[in-house]
Ligand binder design. Structure first.
Ligand code: PMP
Length: 433
């Protein structure tokens, strides 16, 4: 075990002044045990903690760091932006350029910038309700859309990692307006519309769920959702906070909607488009988006929305994320999936490696997962020993079996070798669990 004295000291200090010692639950090592590592710096594919240990990073700040940490061109653009002031509370050029970049790479015509994915989904739902005059929201079990009151029911990410069934603090009448359905289940969607059709404002779905582990939509599922919503006067909100500019250059939509010729009514983005800063967005057809204030009556606002530093980081990241970058991400991701699969097979651990575009994750003790029930049925207890063996060997994985693994443009042969060498031992630890 590497030296983690300073991380442990910081964690004790953090516990004294903040709940659970972290500012977002998924950062805690609750599911895997031990004290979280406090990182001091990141460079390319690598993180260095406060004790000086280095790790190949497969979390990438939970998705944003598509280019790797401290990319020189992103840093230079940010330094330049900072030197001109950090927030004006007026419109500024980078936010227009970022919106143009998002419009160019997705089917949305108009974009509102916000500061977090949670704000994006919350605002998209308000807009859908305002546009339809209806209240009910349909979501899928295992999908996570941020900590919006109405979207926490049977959510993925930290909610499932910590085994929180229904969150205290969400009013019953809010939860009552949310209908939760099993993912990939067309019959359940059809039945919900048959029963509640004229009350459903929107269906919100992760374009490809990555918050219960990666569970790709079955072929045609998203198109089916779009068509069903259209037939019933409801809107489809495709949440691409995680998959946007990540699963492919055009997100998950680039892998299905763009190929099949359909588009969601509203989309949400975050993570990659903020380049490691707090920036997110929601967008859709201009006619819908123009219902937002000041163009229309649906109110939504933000003091730091479109912040010039954050939007500069996001814009620079997206401009550097060329087709060649996605080819590299796909190659690294494919090689890692193969290496994980081989190590687990050799160690005799039943598993499923599931993917969408460049994103993937591993499920334990199962052959395939197509919904939340399947994800929850996995042998999640095999993950902590695997995680800690990888951590001890200098590989930083998400501290939960229910999360996607993220690679970056900076994952090179050296980074890959570190991971591939660590896998057999970690696989044996999982087998022995
Ligand atoms: N939607 C999805 C699909 C996400 O993965 C996340 C964050 N993991 C969110 C929304 C919420 O984003 P944020 O954490 O920036 O509020």
């Amino acid at each position: 075990m590497s030296d983690v004295i300073r991380s442990q000291e910081l964690f004790q200090r953090a516990l004294a002044v903040s709940p659970g010692g972290v500012n977002s639950p998924v950062r805690a090592f609750r599911a895997v045990g031990g004290a979280p590592r406090f990182m001091r710096s990141g460079s390319g594919a690598w993180l260095t903690d406060v004790d000086g240990n280095d790790y190949v990073d497969l979390v990438g700040s939970w998705g944003p760091m598509l280019l790797g940490h401290a990319h020189p061109e992103v840093l230079a653009a940010v330094a330049d932006a900072v030197s001109r002031g950090t927030s004006f509370g007026t419109p500024s050029e980078p936010e227009v350029a970022l919106a143009e970049e998002i419009v160019a790479r997705t089917p949305v015509e108009s974009v509102r910038l916000v500061s977090s994915g949670t704000e994006a989904t919350m605002s998209a739902i308000r807009l859908a309700r305002g546009a339809t005059g209806r209240d009910t929201v349909v979501k899928f079990a295992g999908c996570y859309h941020g900590h919006v009151d109405s979207l926490l029911a049977e959510a993925g990410s930290g909610v499932v990692t910590l085994g929180i069934p229904g969150t205290p603090g969400v009013p019953a009448h809010v939860a009552a307006d949310t209908v939760v359905l099993p993912y990939n289940d067309r019959d359940a969607v059809t039945a919900a519309f048959a029963e509640l059709g004229d009350r459903i404002a929107c269906v919100i779905t992760e374009a490809a769920p990555g918050n219960m582990g990666v569970v790709p939509p079955e072929p045609g599922f998203n198109a089916f959702l779009a068509a069903t919503c259209r037939q019933n006067g409801a809107l489809l909100i495709s949440d691409e906070v995680m998959t946007g500019f990540r699963a492919s250059r055009h997100g998950q939509w680039g892998l299905d909607g763009a190929v099949e010729g359909w588009a969601p009514d509203l989309m949400t983005f975050g993570k990659v488009m903020g380049g490691g800063f707090p920036a997110a967005a929601f967008g859709g057809r201009a006619e819908l988006m123009n219902l937002l204030a000041p163009a229309g009556p649906v109110y939504q606002a933000g003091t730091l929305a479109g912040n010039p530093v954050a939007t500069t980081a996001g814009l620079t990241t997206l401009r550097l994320a060329t087709p060649a970058v996605y080819e590299h991400l796909l190659d690294v991701s494919n090689r890692l999936q193969a290496a994980v699969g081989e190590a687990l097979t050799t160690a005799g651990v039943r598993h499923a490696v599931q993917r969408t575009g460049t994103m993937f994750s591993v499920f334990w003790g199962t052959d395939e997962v197509r919904d939340f029930a399947g994800a929850q049925a996995q042998e999640a207890w095999r993950y902590p020993p695997f995680f800690h063996a990888m951590l001890d060997a200098g590989v930083y994985l998400p501290p939960s079996a229910f999360e996607a693994w993220f690679v970056s443009a900076a994952h090179d042969e050296e980074a890959l070798s570190r991971i591939i060498e660590a896998l057999p031992g970690a696989a044996r630890a999982a087998a022995a669990a």
